[in-house]
Design a protein around this ligand. Structure first.
Ligand code: CAA
Length: 407
């Protein structure tokens, strides 16, 4: 880990930290090893050299989409018949973790695209929609976004008020969507809007999902958020001002859009858990290297128990998060009900990311608080994993409700 520069001497990290960092208890197949190595090399080559600059300037690098698309990273869960890689969920999460170790911003772009809009079209879309949207999305020619939240509908997602009214063979949408990851660069946005009318509200069963493209009249990109972390992932508001969406772009049934969104968030939450594991691992790797190179009281600080206990707790929670995540992913691929398991994985991994990055800043001391080292960025990036795709409080609600569920 080398400092970014500056004239003041900075402690150097040891060049060979530990051997056990990658211990993850996963029994990787040959294909999984290859994909992991590909993702690791890609992230080191194409992202790592620029990460401080992109973070500082809140710069989203559009060429990443093309490059990740060429390698198949934007079509990982899409079958080969639609130009995807068609790998299983654990393999996708292994690649996602590797990207997140280097850049949590690129990881959320990859996670949202692979887990939400593409999966929604694959599962609930028509053949025509798959041909038209899924195929270019799998190749990374169209980036996907997911627009559920609104200014007054965050955790209470079913309270959304964006209205869709059918006018002949066109749906007319009016409203504002918030916190849309990649929304300013997306070629396809899966947007939820009410299809029930104000005088006949049907709650969660009165919402449709629409395939929206930015060329449609009435589509506007609004405020770009100035965020604490994930600064090179653009998060925007989208305004639909009489947005005219062809009826052929309605996904599935007009009353079932919320259910589709909830089912897809189960995939999304696995992706965010993998992102969180990646952030936490980056913090552990940085802290381990630093602790080996930094001496105080005439001793490398890695030899103090106060530091060892922190590193041990970080490593243990990361291994536990990854194990829970991959158990949930395997259960999902077996077709089991994973509502609770995905929430557990997301909850535990995101709180681990926050814990590990906090400990890493503490191990670095004052140097952890400045931008010469990576851990302050990791600390900032970690926080949102406890917020988006369902806060930790919402995950606990889902987990607790499932304890009483009958199916
Ligand atoms: N699978 C299938 N159906 C589901 C489901 C799931 N996982 N979760 C809920 N449903 C169904 C319920 O069975 C229910 O159906 P019925 O009408 O047949 O009973 C319906 O959806 C409504 O569910 P609830 O009664 O549980 O609804 P609720 O309003 O009480 O609570 C909630 C639901 C769990 C709190 C939900 O609103 C939620 O998850 N909130 C968090 C929202 C969220 O995660 N937002 C993230 C936005 S994306 C993002 O972060 C940005 C980004 O780009 C990264």
């Amino acid at each position: 880990m080398s400092p970014r520069g500056g004239w003041v001497a900075r402690p150097a990290a040891a060049s060979t930290p530990t051997r056990k960092l990658a211990s993850d208890l996963l029994d990787l197949s040959e294909e999984q090893r290859e994909i992991r190595n590909l993702a690791r090399e890609f992230a080191q080559r194409e992202i790592a050299p620029f990460i401080s600059e992109w973070d500082e300037n809140a710069h989203f690098e559009p060429s990443l989409v093309r490059k990740m698309g060429e390698l198949g990273f934007l079509g990982m869960l899409i079958p080969e018949e639609y130009d995807g890689l068609g790998v299983d969920t654990p393999t996708y999460l292994i690649a996602l973790e590797e990207i997140a170790v280097v850049d949590a911003s690129a990881a959320v772009m990859m996670s949202v695209h692979n887990s939400l809009p593409t999966q929604m079209i694959l599962r609930f879309g028509s053949d025509e929609q798959r041909e038209r949207f899924l195929r270019p999305m799998a190749r990374g020619e169209l980036l996907g976004a997911f627009a559920l939240s609104e200014p007054e509908a965050g955790s209470d997602a079913a309270a959304l008020v964006t209205q869709a009214v059918l006018d002949g063979d066109t749906w007319v949408l009016n409203g504002t969507k918030s916190w849309v990851t990649s929304g300013s660069h997306a070629g396809v946005v899966l947007a939820m809007a009410r299809t029930d009318l104000p005088e006949d509200r049907k709650g969660a069963r009165g919402i449709g999902t629409f395939i929206v493209t930015p060329d449609l009249p009435g589509f506007h990109v609004g405020k770009k958020e100035d965020k604490l972390g994930l600064r090179s992932s653009p998060t925007v508001q989208l305004t639909f001002d009489g947005l005219r969406v062809p009826a052929a772009n309605l996904l599935g049934e007009p009353s079932e859009g919320f259910i589709y969104a909830m089912q897809s968030l189960e995939n999304g939450r696995l992706g965010i858990a993998a992102q969180a594991v990646g952030i936490a691992r980056a913090a552990l790797e940085a802290a381990t290297a630093y602790a080996a190179g930094r001496s105080q009281f005439g001793t490398p600080i890695k030899d103090f128990q106060a530091i060892q206990f922190k590193l041990a707790d970080m490593a243990t929670r990361i291994a536990a998060s990854r194990t829970l995540l991959h158990a949930a992913a395997r259960a999902k691929d077996r077709g089991e009900n994973v509502k609770q398991a995905t929430s557990m994985a997301k909850l535990f991994a995101s709180e681990t990311a926050m814990f590990a990055t906090n400990q890493a800043v503490q191990i670095f001391g004052g140097y952890g608080y400045v931008k010469d080292y990576p851990v302050e960025r990791l600390f900032r990036d970690a926080k949102v994993t406890e917020i988006y795709e369902g806060t930790s409080e919402i995950q606990r609600i889902v987990i607790a409700r499932e304890l009483y569920a009958s199916d």
